[in-house]
Design a binder for this molecule. Structure first.
Ligand SMILES: Cc1cc2nc3c(=O)[nH]c(=O)nc-3n(C[C@H](O)[C@H](O)[C@H](O)COP(=O)(O)OP(=O)(O)OC[C@H]3O[C@@H](n4cnc5c(N)ncnc54)[C@H](O)[C@@H]3O)c2cc1C
Length: 257
């Protein structure tokens, strides 16, 4: 039991038990390493494997993809506990980005990536922001040109959470006309991917253990079947569909802070 916490109306004894497990795990297995992680500017990706095996990475993942099919409350409890322990926002972004695949991926894409995102074998980020484009997502200039069975991606992103440690990355790129209708989301498996380069780890005034990175794409070739949802030009609509969850996922840790 956690008597010091105000009991939320959506809280039940199962969620409370889960919260207790998460809290104990973080205290025993993660908190001792936080000073080193802050110093180096990132949490090693291997940390997320046992976290995933405990069922903490993506508890809301449906059972058919290896998850527990739990309510979103469980994910938010994980984010809340990580933040209370002064851990950064890597799992928040992992959940945000995973929801793009859950909600918009083709069945093949879901089968391919979701089990690994739940188990912590893969850590995912989402790359929207560019050196010249933040709030105004319609102005994204990173380009994905179709070349046979591939897209060829050129451009740069910045401020990308999980950018240094992720091995899966959703990139918002221009596949068509100027404006919102020309954007698409393309999923990259980033390990040993020619033309993909991680730049500086950016220093911030907070969350020093969260890797926030610059990313560069120089003729990166990606199989066309990694276009999220399989249809070009849906990127902006997909972004607008997920940003409410992103805002909630920022609000919960912000309240925890
Ligand atoms: C710690 C951290 C982690 C991040 N992680 C990610 C990530 O994982 N992926 C990712 O893609 N991005 C990420 N970002 C980037 C973040 O999404 C952008 O910083 C944000 O979109 C704002 O963009 P900008 O910084 O270019 O500011 P700008 O777009 O230049 O905006 C600056 C200010 O001007 C205001 N403004 C802008 N346009 C208008 C307008 N037309 N009218 C009135 N006011 C306006 C904005 O509200 C803001 O207050 C991260 C940023 C930080 C700090």
């Amino acid at each position: 039991m956690l008597p010091q916490l105000h009991r939320q109306p959506w809280m039940d004894s199962d969620i409370e038990t889960f919260r207790d497990q998460v809290r104990r795990y973080i205290a025993a297995e993660m908190a001792p390493h936080l000073p080193v992680w802050r110093e180096q500017g990132y949490i090693p990706r291997e940390v997320w494997r046992p976290f995933g095996e405990m069922g903490f990475m993506l508890p809301e993942l449906p059972e058919e993809y290896g998850g527990a099919g739990a309510s979103l409350a469980y994910q938010l409890v994980v984010q809340d506990e990580l933040t209370r322990a002064e851990m950064p926002n890597n799992v928040t972004v992992h959940s945000i980005a995973s929801h793009y695949i859950m909600d918009f991926g083709t069945e093949a894409q879901k089968q391919r990536w979701l089990p690994k995102l739940g188990s912590g074998e893969m850590l995912v980020g989402i790359a929207m922001t560019e050196p010249g484009c933040g709030t105004d997502l319609k102005a994204i200039s990173t380009r994905a040109r179709r070349d046979g069975d591939h897209y060829v991606i050129d451009g740069a992103k910045t401020f990308i959470t999980n950018g240094f440690t992720c091995n899966l990355l959703i990139v918002v790129a221009r596949t068509g006309e100027a404006g919102s209708r020309g954007l698409s989301l393309i999923v990259l498996e980033t390990e040993n991917l020619p033309g993909f380069r991680v730049g500086r780890l950016l220093e911030k005034i907070g969350m020093p253990a969260s890797d926030t990175a610059e990313l560069f794409f120089d003729g990166v070739r990606v199989p066309a079947d990694q276009l999220l949802g399989g249809v070009e030009g849906h990127g902006f609509k997909q972004l607008m569909g997920q940003l409410p969850y992103e805002r909630m996922s920022i609000a919960v840790p912000a309240a925890a802070v």
